[in-house]
Design a protein around this ligand. Structure first.
Ligand code: OOG
Ligand code: NI
Length: 268
């Protein structure tokens, strides 16, 4: 386990930008606007398979050990996902969103593939310092990837990319030039980045106290058993939070919006 939150996030960021060059470019673009390099992260998200060796709790343990606390619970029925979010008492630390795929609800063929992948993984690897940016611990063939993608884009993404940040999220509230998500989206489109339009370019809004947008994932090389292929990797997200009637800023997530954000890694 890591003993320092900032080092952990710095290592995860380094791993993430290697396969998400757009995030690095956008970070520079927004930091340039800021005239400093301090982009505040709203949250970082992770994915996993809900199997004994890999379930959400295995990832969460790393954050709980660093003082994070479990907050919201989310269910995505159609995508067969369960998720939780975690917050740190020091609210300058990014929130963490972890989801897991309910493998036992998938077809027998797909379950067999996922179980075969996870069986190749040493069980103590989930405790390693670098687990949250360690990638995949199995060989997966292109044929297996294709079988997974036909039933669950999420399963295929996990099989190809494994354990690493799926996305970082810019806190629009902390930008200085603008605190409006719509302005950020305009800036990104003018610079040529492609946004996820599933459910509209902006998901949510003031009525649910959270507005979100995201890029479509970059593509990056993955080594499958027989060949290396370029497939969707990770994306960058932008979040604007609003104050609730009690005056406190909303810190949760919105399931209906998250449902569409998941689609940022779809091949389209
Ligand atoms: C997570 C999607 C949900 C959010 O901010 O609502 C999410 C994922 O794609 O793994 O990050
Ligand atoms: Ni997110």
């Amino acid at each position: 386990m890591h003993s320092n939150i900032d080092t952990l996030f710095a290592n995860m960021w380094e791993d993430y930008v290697k396969i998400t060059p757009s995030a690095h470019k956008i970070h520079t673009l927004l930091a340039g606007e800021e005239n400093n390099s301090n982009i505040v992260n709203d949250h970082v998200a992770f994915r996993t398979f809900a199997l004994d060796k890999t379930r959400l709790d295995k990832l969460a343990a790393h954050f709980l050990a660093l003082g994070y606390e479990a907050k919201g619970d989310y269910d995505f029925e159609a995508k067969k996902l369960t998720a939780k979010h975690f917050e740190h008492p020091d609210d300058t630390k990014p929130k963490v969103f972890i989801s897991e795929l309910r493998v036992d609800e998938l077809s027998d063929d797909v379950q067999a593939i996922i179980k075969k992948l996870v069986a190749q993984m040493p069980s103590d690897i989930t405790d390693a310092d670098n687990f949250l940016y360690s990638g995949k611990h199995w060989d997966v063939s292109k044929a297996e990837y294709d079988t997974l993608i036909n039933e669950s884009e999420y399963a295929a993404w996990m099989a190809a990319w494994g354990f690493r940040a799926n996305h970082f999220t810019v806190s629009v509230n902390h930008l200085s030039r603008t605190n409006e998500l719509n302005d950020v989206n305009t800036l990104l489109k003018e610079a040529g980045f492609v946004l996820n339009t599933s459910g509209g370019e902006i998901k949510g809004g003031p009525e649910v106290f959270l507005a979100q947008s995201s890029t479509m994932a970059d593509r990056s090389d993955v080594s499958f058993s027989e060949e290396t292929l370029s497939i969707p990797s990770c994306f960058y997200e932008f979040a604007q939070r609003y104050d609730m009637p009690n005056g406190e800023r909303y810190q949760g997530f919105v399931a209906a919006s998250a449902d569409k954000i998941f689609e940022s890694t779809n091949a389209k």
